[in-house]
Design a protein around this ligand. Structure first.
Ligand SMILES: N[C@@H](CCC(=O)N[C@@H](CS)C(=O)NCC(=O)O)C(=O)O
Length: 229
């Protein structure tokens, strides 16, 4: 297999980058990973990233890909085994769930970083509704609930990892309330591609990131995680 040089540009705790890291690791593809500071990105990043966002995948030192879902589809297309189903309708259904999980990723971020107690409550409610729908659909939708690892799982794992880490009475996530999702997380968290998609000190990095934010939720989590790391 003659693979191109793959250079992934990352920000330490980004769930979108993590999706691509999971896919690359699952496929056992060698890749170069470099972190940037999103608050002070280097000039080359500003020039080459159309949206100013990570992940960015630079292929063969030249071609830039952006958007994690697109990067994952590309990585999937050039490396076995194929994760994307062959039929157009199943491909569309896969992409639809990945889009849904992007919304859930943003909902989780809003909850983690809410600046006021009201915003925290609202974000918790929104995220919980999203998880409830997911829990229900994973039991009935044969694409979402398909056995075996999928591109949907590469997108779901970063969300469930953060909820597991930020276990809290005020969390939208509660394993007993979402048994199908909890079972999926138990499978995913033991996969080397998922486990090794973040550094060993990921929890501490998340704490550091939250400490740098201001407002209600960051203070809440920073205090809580500081005692557990
Ligand atoms: N839809 C994008 C979202 C990527 C994204 O929002 N990345 C965040 C970091 S986790 C970012 O780069 N934010 C910088 C900014 O919005 O300026 C994807 O899936 O790749």
């Amino acid at each position: 297999m003659n693979l191109p040089h793959l250079h992934l540009i990352s920000f330490a705790i980004c769930p979108f980058v993590q999706r691509s890291v999971i896919t690359l690791k699952y496929k056992k593809v060698p890749f170069q990973l470099d972190l940037i500071d999103l608050l002070d990105p280097p000039d080359w990043f500003r020039e080459r990233s159309p949206l100013g966002k990570v992940p960015l995948l630079i292929v063969d030192h030249d071609t830039v890909l952006f958007e994690s879902a697109v990067i994952n589809e590309y990585v999937d297309a050039i490396t076995p085994p194929p994760l994307m189903p062959a039929e157009p309708l199943e491909q569309a259904r896969t992409r639809a769930w990945i889009e849904y999980l992007s919304e859930q990723t943003f909902a989780q971020y809003q909850w983690m970083t809410a600046t006021t107690e009201d915003a925290f409550e609202l974000a918790r409610h929104t995220a919980a509704r999203g998880l409830e729908r997911l829990e229900q659909q994973i039991g009935t939708d044969d694409r979402l609930g398909a056995p075996g690892f999928s591109l949907i799982d590469a997108t779901l794992a970063p969300i469930l990892m953060r909820y597991a880490l930020l276990e809290d009475p005020d969390s939208p996530w509660e394993a007993d309330s979402f048994p199908r999702l909890a079972a999926r997380w138990e499978t995913l968290r033991d996969m080397p591609a998922v486990r090794d998609s973040v550094p060993a000190d990921f929890a501490a990095q998340l704490v550091d990131y939250l400490r740098q934010q201001e407002g209600f939720a960051p203070a809440h989590f920073a205090a809580k995680l500081a005692t557990s790391t």
